[in-house]
Structure formats: structure tokens, C-alpha cells
Design a protein around this ligand. Structure first.
Ligand code: ADP
Length: 389
């Protein structure tokens, strides 16, 4: 089981598990690389990059990490200090309404997930937050800055990993990271950063020769090299192998632990479930749900299902009268109870009071993926909304 500090993505083919000393060394590298050495400055691009341009920072990563992060609880109180406030954001591309009246806020130091089907408007929304897209209407504030009118100042405090970002293939990794570091007066130590991301051995490799996962890590390095206070990561772990995904999760968690607010666009439900404090589900450019992963799963995922074979018959009302129980069916000799909350605890307690023992009990709890599927499986979800011209 990797320790919490073993966040540096490993080279799965060539690197084995890290020793305790190596992990501590990597921990020190992270602390050095990401500890605030002054606010980053200077804009790194005069104009908003678009998808696929050479100067576009970034890409993605992803996957679950059962042994690192426990599932988030049902309740989460966002920090009172807000890093991001979005109100009635709207953005269209011609007749296509990509973002339609979206409002949300992100607390300082929060890992905030944005999920939704393809074409839901996730990337457009976060690019409006990151100052990479010009909104049609609504208000956006990031650390008190308007991404549109204060774009230059924003770039000093926000690091963005763009979806489908691409880099000059004939630049070496160290040159690329060094180039981006030069945009900031107080960048992270590039050597430490490459170390942290498991790219030390690729320092002199041409970007174009890297694997998909290595390019992802370079993209993350470029998003972090300016020591951002807010990191926007779009499809962070797409294309990574399971170990690299886990390591990347560790990295994101460690970044947050150092005070960085993280906005994470992902289509991996396990990633959102394990990593995010809260998750916003977007569909057709609108917010469908926003809550902790656990609460979304409980409210919209179909609840909890408990199945057991009772040691003796009992009246259904023994259980159907419990507030946590939504339904009860008999399937052969088994009783199947659906419900919410501490279903197992209350059912077992009630049965015990009646002298009934539940044999071969099987408990299934809903996941964020269950909630996602239930909330987005409506037929109209297949197509983006369009306004009539
Ligand atoms: P997601 O990130 O959820 O996949 P996007 O924000 O990329 O969604 O896209 C939302 C909608 O806007 C989609 O219908 C997409 O085709 C459209 N769209 C995105 N970017 C552009 C663009 N540059 N020009 C025209 N339409 C776009």
C-alpha cells in the first residue's frame, strides 16, 4: 500500500516500489518544489490558448485509489473563504449553448470535481473560470479576480492543465518546463518538480518521444510550475496506467494539502469519489447536482440494498416502519430491504429486538457512478442543447 507521501508518479515498467527513504526524499522534494516561495507572476501568454495550440499547457490523468483516500463523508462544510465564485455563467458557440446559467462556488483548499457526459459543457465552464474562454454573460471571480478583465493577474495565480493540450515535440522536457518556469518570477524548482512527477529520467528526452502518461505528467508539471493558488486540471489521469493514476491522485492530494484549491474535470467516477470533497454534475450545460460524492451516491444512486435470510419469519412492518427503509421484498427465502442511511445498523437492531437473526447478509451501497447513470440516463441527455436561430 503506497504511503500518502508516495505521490510522485512512478515509471511502472522500470521503477519498483519506493523504499521508505526514497519516499521521504520524494516528500522533501515535493515540499521544496511546492512550498510557497512567493507568488508567481508574469503572464505566460498574452492571449487565451485554445485547444491544441503549442503553447497550451496541458493534458490529463486519472484513476481510483482505494488505499489512499477514504471515501468522502456525507457531510462536508466547504471552507468559509471562497476561492472561486461563479454566478449565472453562460457561454454559447454559435447556436450551441455549451454553458447555460451555471452557478457554483469553490472553497479555498477544496478539491472540487466537475463531472458529466461528453459535451456537457465541463471544459467550457472551467475554461471560462481559468480565463481561457470569454463568457457571454454571468459573473466569475477567482481569488477576487475577474478572469476576463484581469486575465494577466489571473495567470499569475491559476495553473491550468488543458484537455488535448500539445507541446512542441522537439523541445526536451527540461527545456519545456524551464520555458514555462521563465514566465514566473518565483517558479517551483524545475528539477524538484520533475523529480516529484517521476520525470527525472526523462529530463533530456524530447517531448515528442514521451509516452502518453509521461506527456500527462509534463502537462501537470507545466500547470504547477508557477506555484498556482488554484489548479484547474482537465481529465487529469486519462490514458494513465493504474499505478500512475494512483500516484497522480497522491500528487493532487498533496498539492491540496499545501493550500492549493483544485478544480478537477473528470469522467472517472472512481476518481471523483476518492479525490473530490464535492462534485458538480453538469449536463446540457446546466448543473444537475452538486454535493459530496457520498451524498450524491446516497441521494441519487438508488440507496442501499440489504439482503438476508431470516432465521424465522417476521412481520414486514417490523422493518417497513423504520424511517431508513424505503421498500421490502421477499425473494425466495430471502428478504431484500432497500433504504438509506445506516440501513444495516437499524435493520439488524430491529431484527435483534424480535429475536430474528439475519443469515448470509449481503449489503450493497450505491456509488457515485450509480448516481451519475441515474441522473444522466434520460433520453435528452444524448444531444447538446441548441437555441433556435
Ligand atoms: P465537455 O467538456 O463536457 O465534454 P465541452 O465544454 O467541451 O464539453 O463542449 C460543450 C459543447 O460545446 C459541446 O456541444 C461541444 O461540441 C461544444 N463546443 C466546445 N468547444 C467548441 C468550440 N470551440 N466551437 C464550437 N463548439 C464547441
Amino acid at each position: 500500500m503506497p504511503s500518502r507521501m508516495n505521490y510522485a508518479p512512478s515509471e511502472p515498467a522500470s521503477q519498483g516500489a519506493f523504499s521508505g527513504a526514497q519516499q521521504r526524499a520524494r516528500e522533501r522534494a515535493v515540499q521544496q518544489a511546492l512550498r510557497g516561495r512567493g507568488a508567481p507572476t508574469r503572464d505566460n501568454a498574452a492571449d487565451a490558448p485554445t485547444k491544441g495550440t503549442a503553447m497550451t499547457v496541458l493534458s490529463r490523468y486519472s484513476e481510483p485509489m482505494r488505499d489512499h483516500a477514504e471515501p468522502k463523508g456525507l457531510t462536508y462544510r466547504p471552507p468559509t473563504e471562497l476561492a472561486i465564485e461563479v454566478s449565472h455563467l453562460r457561454k454559447s458557440y454559435g447556436p450551441t449553448v455549451a454553458v447555460d446559467d451555471v452557478s457554483f462556488s469553490v472553497g479555498s483548499g477544496e478539491i472540487f470535481g466537475v463531472i458529466g457526459p461528453n459535451g456537457a459543457g465541463k471544459t467550457t465552464a472551467v475554461e471560462c473560470v481559468g480565463g481561457l474562454r470569454t463568457r457571454d454573460s454571468g459573473t466569475v471571480s477567482v481569488l477576487g479576480l475577474d478572469p476576463q478583465s484581469e486575465r494577466g493577474a489571473l495567470r499569475q495565480v491559476v495553473g491550468t492543465q488543458l484537455q488535448e493540450g500539445s507541446m512542441p515535440v522537439r523541445l526536451r522536457v527540461s527545456e519545456l518546463v524551464g520555458l514555462f518556469a521563465s514566465f514566473y518570477p518565483h517558479p517551483a524548482d524545475t528539477s524538484d518538480l520533475l523529480d516529484l512527477l517521476g520525470l527525472a529520467s526523462k529530463r533530456n528526452a524530447y517531448y515528442g518521444r514521451l509516452s502518453g502518461g509521461q506527456k500527462q505528467r509534463v502537462a501537470i508539471a507545466l500547470a504547477l510550475v508557477g506555484r498556482p493558488k488554484v489548479a484547474i486540471l482537465d481529465e487529469l489521469t486519462t490514458g494513465l496506467d493504474p499505478q500512475a493514476r494512483r500516484d497522480t491522485w497522491e500528487l493532487v492530494a498533496s498539492i491540496r494539502d499545501q493550500g492549493v484549491t483544485v478544480v478537477l474535470v473528470t469522467h472517472f467516477m472512481d476518481e471523483a469519489e476518492r479525490l473530490c470533497d464535492r462534485v458538480m454534475l453538469v449536463e446540457h450545460g446546466q448543473v444537475v447536482a452538486l454535493d459530496t460524492p457520498a451524498m450524491l451516491a446516497q441521494r441519487h444512486g438508488g440507496g442501499t440494498r440489504l439482503s438476508f435470510r431470516p432465521s424465522q419469519p417476521f412481520e414486514d412492518s417490523l422493518l417497513t416502519g423504520l424511517p431508513e427503509v424505503r421498500g421490502l421484498q421477499h425473494e425466495g427465502g430471502r428478504v431484500v430491504v432497500n433504504g438509506t442511511g445506516d440501513l444495516l445498523g437499524v435493520v439488524v437492531h430491529a431484527l435483534d429486538g424480535a429475536g430474528v437473526e439475519p443469515h448470509n447478509a449481503d449489503l450493497t451501497t450505491a456509488s457515485l457512478e450509480d448516481a451519475f447513470l441515474r441522473l444522466t440516463s434520460r433520453p435528452k441527455a444524448a444531444q447538446p442543447r441548441e437555441v433556435s436561430s
